[in-house]
Write a protein that binds this ligand. Structure first.
Ligand SMILES: *[C@@H]1O[C@H](CO)[C@@H](O)[C@H](O)[C@H]1NC(C)=O
Length: 272
Protein backbone atom coordinates (compact mmCIF):
# COMPACT_ATOMS: atom_id res chain seq x y z
CA UNK A 1 0.00 0.00 0.00
CA UNK A 2 1.43 3.39 -0.86
CA UNK A 3 0.21 6.84 0.12
CA UNK A 4 0.42 9.87 -2.10
CA UNK A 5 2.39 12.88 -0.92
CA UNK A 6 -0.80 14.70 0.00
CA UNK A 7 -2.32 11.89 1.97
CA UNK A 8 0.94 11.53 3.88
CA UNK A 9 0.91 15.27 4.57
CA UNK A 10 -2.68 14.94 5.76
CA UNK A 11 -1.85 12.07 8.12
CA UNK A 12 1.09 14.01 9.54
CA UNK A 13 -1.11 17.04 10.15
CA UNK A 14 -3.74 14.97 11.90
CA UNK A 15 -1.09 13.43 14.16
CA UNK A 16 0.39 16.86 14.92
CA UNK A 17 -2.99 18.32 15.80
CA UNK A 18 -3.76 15.31 17.95
CA UNK A 19 -0.47 15.73 19.85
CA UNK A 20 -1.06 19.46 20.30
CA UNK A 21 -4.53 18.85 21.70
CA UNK A 22 -3.20 16.14 24.01
CA UNK A 23 -0.44 18.50 25.20
CA UNK A 24 -2.74 21.46 25.81
CA UNK A 25 -5.15 19.24 27.71
CA UNK A 26 -2.25 18.28 30.03
CA UNK A 27 -1.49 21.84 31.11
CA UNK A 28 -3.84 23.39 33.62
CA UNK A 29 -6.12 26.24 32.70
CA UNK A 30 -5.44 29.45 34.63
CA UNK A 31 -9.12 30.45 34.55
CA UNK A 32 -9.98 27.26 36.45
CA UNK A 33 -7.17 27.45 38.96
CA UNK A 34 -6.61 31.10 39.90
CA UNK A 35 -8.31 34.33 40.89
CA UNK A 36 -6.67 37.65 40.16
CA UNK A 37 -7.03 39.22 43.56
CA UNK A 38 -5.73 42.75 43.18
CA UNK A 39 -4.26 45.28 40.79
CA UNK A 40 -7.34 46.74 39.08
CA UNK A 41 -6.85 44.97 35.75
CA UNK A 42 -3.06 44.82 35.93
CA UNK A 43 -3.19 41.06 36.35
CA UNK A 44 -4.54 39.20 33.32
CA UNK A 45 -5.25 35.69 32.15
CA UNK A 46 -4.99 35.61 28.39
CA UNK A 47 -5.64 33.42 25.40
CA UNK A 48 -7.18 30.06 26.18
CA UNK A 49 -6.15 30.41 29.80
CA UNK A 50 -2.62 29.24 29.17
CA UNK A 51 -0.81 32.49 30.08
CA UNK A 52 -1.12 34.75 33.08
CA UNK A 53 0.63 38.10 33.35
CA UNK A 54 1.09 40.46 36.27
CA UNK A 55 2.09 44.07 35.83
CA UNK A 56 3.28 46.90 37.97
CA UNK A 57 3.22 50.64 37.38
CA UNK A 58 3.55 53.71 39.57
CA UNK A 59 -0.02 53.35 40.79
CA UNK A 60 -0.19 49.66 41.68
CA UNK A 61 1.18 46.17 41.38
CA UNK A 62 -0.99 43.08 40.98
CA UNK A 63 -1.43 39.57 42.27
CA UNK A 64 -3.31 36.30 42.07
CA UNK A 65 -4.06 33.31 44.26
CA UNK A 66 -5.10 29.72 43.72
CA UNK A 67 -8.74 28.81 44.10
CA UNK A 68 -7.72 25.54 45.72
CA UNK A 69 -5.79 24.79 48.84
CA UNK A 70 -3.08 22.16 48.90
CA UNK A 71 -1.92 19.91 51.68
CA UNK A 72 1.37 18.37 50.55
CA UNK A 73 2.30 17.77 46.94
CA UNK A 74 4.50 19.07 44.18
CA UNK A 75 3.71 22.38 42.52
CA UNK A 76 5.39 23.48 39.31
CA UNK A 77 5.03 26.78 37.51
CA UNK A 78 6.97 28.40 34.72
CA UNK A 79 7.81 32.06 35.24
CA UNK A 80 9.42 34.65 33.07
CA UNK A 81 10.55 37.51 35.26
CA UNK A 82 10.45 41.25 34.57
CA UNK A 83 13.07 41.94 31.87
CA UNK A 84 15.32 44.97 31.43
CA UNK A 85 15.74 47.36 34.29
CA UNK A 86 13.72 45.62 37.01
CA UNK A 87 15.53 47.22 39.96
CA UNK A 88 13.18 47.83 42.88
CA UNK A 89 10.58 45.29 41.73
CA UNK A 90 9.82 42.08 43.57
CA UNK A 91 7.99 39.07 42.20
CA UNK A 92 6.77 36.93 45.08
CA UNK A 93 5.66 33.36 44.47
CA UNK A 94 4.69 31.37 47.55
CA UNK A 95 2.50 28.95 49.44
CA UNK A 96 0.83 30.27 52.58
CA UNK A 97 -1.75 29.12 55.09
CA UNK A 98 -4.18 31.67 56.43
CA UNK A 99 -5.15 32.65 59.91
CA UNK A 100 -2.92 32.85 62.92
CA UNK A 101 0.42 31.01 63.17
CA UNK A 102 0.95 31.21 59.47
CA UNK A 103 3.06 28.71 57.55
CA UNK A 104 4.76 29.86 54.38
CA UNK A 105 7.09 28.53 51.72
CA UNK A 106 8.43 31.53 49.82
CA UNK A 107 10.20 32.27 46.59
CA UNK A 108 10.89 35.96 45.98
CA UNK A 109 12.68 37.32 42.95
CA UNK A 110 14.41 40.63 43.55
CA UNK A 111 14.88 42.64 40.37
CA UNK A 112 18.03 44.48 39.39
CA UNK A 113 19.42 47.04 36.97
CA UNK A 114 19.67 45.92 33.31
CA UNK A 115 22.23 43.18 32.87
CA UNK A 116 22.74 42.75 36.62
CA UNK A 117 21.72 39.47 38.24
CA UNK A 118 18.41 38.86 39.98
CA UNK A 119 18.49 37.58 43.53
CA UNK A 120 16.44 34.50 44.32
CA UNK A 121 15.29 34.90 47.91
CA UNK A 122 13.72 32.00 49.86
CA UNK A 123 12.16 31.70 53.28
CA UNK A 124 10.22 29.21 55.37
CA UNK A 125 7.69 30.29 58.00
CA UNK A 126 6.53 27.79 60.56
CA UNK A 127 3.70 28.74 62.90
CA UNK A 128 4.15 32.44 62.22
CA UNK A 129 7.92 32.54 62.53
CA UNK A 130 10.21 33.11 59.54
CA UNK A 131 13.70 34.62 59.64
CA UNK A 132 15.03 31.67 57.66
CA UNK A 133 16.28 33.46 54.57
CA UNK A 134 18.56 31.93 52.01
CA UNK A 135 19.49 33.75 48.82
CA UNK A 136 20.91 32.59 45.52
CA UNK A 137 22.17 33.91 42.21
CA UNK A 138 20.56 32.18 39.31
CA UNK A 139 22.86 30.49 36.81
CA UNK A 140 20.85 31.80 33.85
CA UNK A 141 18.98 34.93 32.86
CA UNK A 142 15.48 34.38 34.30
CA UNK A 143 14.02 37.15 32.13
CA UNK A 144 14.85 35.88 28.65
CA UNK A 145 12.85 32.65 28.83
CA UNK A 146 10.40 30.80 31.03
CA UNK A 147 11.96 28.62 33.74
CA UNK A 148 10.29 26.17 36.08
CA UNK A 149 10.08 26.92 39.82
CA UNK A 150 8.79 24.11 42.00
CA UNK A 151 7.97 23.34 45.57
CA UNK A 152 7.88 19.79 46.89
CA UNK A 153 6.11 19.65 50.22
CA UNK A 154 5.77 16.39 52.12
CA UNK A 155 5.39 15.60 55.83
CA UNK A 156 9.15 14.94 55.89
CA UNK A 157 10.61 17.78 53.89
CA UNK A 158 10.26 20.95 51.82
CA UNK A 159 12.34 21.23 48.66
CA UNK A 160 12.65 24.35 46.48
CA UNK A 161 13.62 23.58 42.88
CA UNK A 162 14.64 25.65 39.89
CA UNK A 163 14.41 23.77 36.57
CA UNK A 164 14.32 20.59 38.64
CA UNK A 165 17.55 21.49 40.42
CA UNK A 166 17.00 21.67 44.17
CA UNK A 167 18.27 24.93 45.62
CA UNK A 168 17.08 24.46 49.18
CA UNK A 169 15.77 21.75 51.45
CA UNK A 170 14.09 22.31 54.81
CA UNK A 171 13.67 18.95 56.50
CA UNK A 172 11.21 18.08 59.18
CA UNK A 173 13.20 18.55 62.38
CA UNK A 174 10.29 18.29 64.82
CA UNK A 175 12.27 15.62 66.65
CA UNK A 176 14.68 18.44 67.56
CA UNK A 177 11.94 20.87 68.57
CA UNK A 178 11.78 22.81 65.28
CA UNK A 179 8.20 23.32 64.07
CA UNK A 180 7.40 22.07 60.56
CA UNK A 181 4.45 23.14 58.36
CA UNK A 182 2.22 20.11 58.48
CA UNK A 183 -1.16 20.79 60.06
CA UNK A 184 -2.59 23.45 57.73
CA UNK A 185 -3.31 23.46 54.01
CA UNK A 186 -1.81 26.27 51.94
CA UNK A 187 -2.84 28.33 48.98
CA UNK A 188 -0.54 29.45 46.18
CA UNK A 189 -0.03 33.20 45.82
CA UNK A 190 1.95 35.41 43.52
CA UNK A 191 2.35 39.15 43.24
CA UNK A 192 4.45 41.75 41.52
CA UNK A 193 5.07 44.89 43.54
CA UNK A 194 7.39 47.77 44.16
CA UNK A 195 9.85 47.38 47.02
CA UNK A 196 12.48 49.92 46.12
CA UNK A 197 12.84 50.96 49.75
CA UNK A 198 14.78 47.71 50.36
CA UNK A 199 14.90 45.26 47.46
CA UNK A 200 17.84 46.39 45.38
CA UNK A 201 21.10 46.86 47.24
CA UNK A 202 19.29 47.68 50.44
CA UNK A 203 17.20 50.40 48.81
CA UNK A 204 20.02 52.28 47.11
CA UNK A 205 18.71 51.54 43.62
CA UNK A 206 15.24 52.97 43.00
CA UNK A 207 12.61 51.80 40.55
CA UNK A 208 12.91 53.59 37.22
CA UNK A 209 9.27 54.31 36.39
CA UNK A 210 10.10 55.39 32.84
CA UNK A 211 10.33 51.63 32.14
CA UNK A 212 6.85 50.87 33.55
CA UNK A 213 4.71 48.89 33.21
CA UNK A 214 6.87 46.03 34.47
CA UNK A 215 5.59 42.60 33.62
CA UNK A 216 6.07 39.00 34.77
CA UNK A 217 4.50 36.03 32.95
CA UNK A 218 3.34 32.60 34.06
CA UNK A 219 2.50 29.38 32.26
CA UNK A 220 2.35 25.58 32.63
CA UNK A 221 1.01 25.36 36.14
CA UNK A 222 1.03 21.78 37.39
CA UNK A 223 0.12 20.15 40.67
CA UNK A 224 0.67 16.64 41.87
CA UNK A 225 -1.41 16.57 44.99
CA UNK A 226 -0.70 14.52 48.04
CA UNK A 227 2.57 12.98 49.04
CA UNK A 228 5.14 12.77 46.29
CA UNK A 229 8.49 11.06 46.07
CA UNK A 230 11.37 13.08 47.40
CA UNK A 231 15.03 13.67 47.00
CA UNK A 232 17.23 11.21 45.18
CA UNK A 233 20.98 10.97 45.22
CA UNK A 234 21.26 13.17 42.10
CA UNK A 235 19.12 15.74 43.86
CA UNK A 236 21.51 15.75 46.81
CA UNK A 237 24.50 16.25 44.52
CA UNK A 238 22.79 19.09 42.67
CA UNK A 239 21.78 20.73 45.93
CA UNK A 240 25.41 20.66 47.05
CA UNK A 241 26.46 22.24 43.73
CA UNK A 242 23.95 25.08 44.12
CA UNK A 243 24.95 25.76 47.72
CA UNK A 244 28.63 25.79 46.85
CA UNK A 245 28.43 27.92 43.73
CA UNK A 246 25.26 30.01 43.85
CA UNK A 247 24.26 30.64 47.43
CA UNK A 248 24.91 34.24 48.47
CA UNK A 249 23.23 34.37 51.86
CA UNK A 250 22.39 31.80 54.51
CA UNK A 251 20.78 32.82 57.82
CA UNK A 252 22.42 29.81 59.41
CA UNK A 253 25.87 31.32 58.95
CA UNK A 254 24.85 34.85 59.96
CA UNK A 255 25.96 34.73 63.59
CA UNK A 256 25.88 38.54 63.89
CA UNK A 257 22.15 38.52 63.31
CA UNK A 258 21.49 36.08 66.12
CA UNK A 259 23.56 37.35 69.04
CA UNK A 260 21.86 34.89 71.39
CA UNK A 261 22.78 31.94 69.19
CA UNK A 262 21.79 30.56 65.80
CA UNK A 263 18.29 29.10 65.37
CA UNK A 264 18.02 25.55 66.58
CA UNK A 265 17.68 23.98 63.12
CA UNK A 266 21.04 25.48 62.11
CA UNK A 267 22.75 23.42 64.78
CA UNK A 268 20.86 20.23 63.95
CA UNK A 269 21.14 19.82 60.23
CA UNK A 270 23.83 19.76 57.61
CA UNK A 271 21.13 20.67 55.10
CA UNK A 272 20.05 24.15 56.26
C1 LIG B 1 22.26 43.50 41.64
O1 LIG B 1 23.53 43.57 41.05
C2 LIG B 1 24.58 43.91 41.90
C3 LIG B 1 25.87 44.02 41.09
O2 LIG B 1 26.13 42.84 40.40
C4 LIG B 1 24.68 42.92 43.04
O3 LIG B 1 25.69 43.31 43.96
C5 LIG B 1 23.33 42.79 43.74
O4 LIG B 1 23.38 41.82 44.76
C6 LIG B 1 22.27 42.41 42.72
N1 LIG B 1 20.97 42.06 43.25
C7 LIG B 1 20.16 42.84 43.93
C8 LIG B 1 18.83 42.31 44.28
O5 LIG B 1 20.46 43.95 44.27
Amino acid sequence: MSFSFYSRLFICSVITIFLLVAYTAGATNFYDEFDITWGGGRGKITGAGDILTLSLDRVSGSGFQSKKEYHFGRIDMQLRLVPGNSAGTVTAYYLASHGRHQDEIDFEFLGNASGEPYTLHTNVYTQGKGEREQQFRMWFDPTSHFHTYSIIWTPQTIIFLVDDTPVREFKNMEAFGVPFPKQQPMRLYSSLWNADEWATRGGLVKTDWTHAPFMASYRNFNVKAGVVSQSSLTHKQKLRWVRKNHMIYNYCTDAKRFPRGLPRECKVGVHV
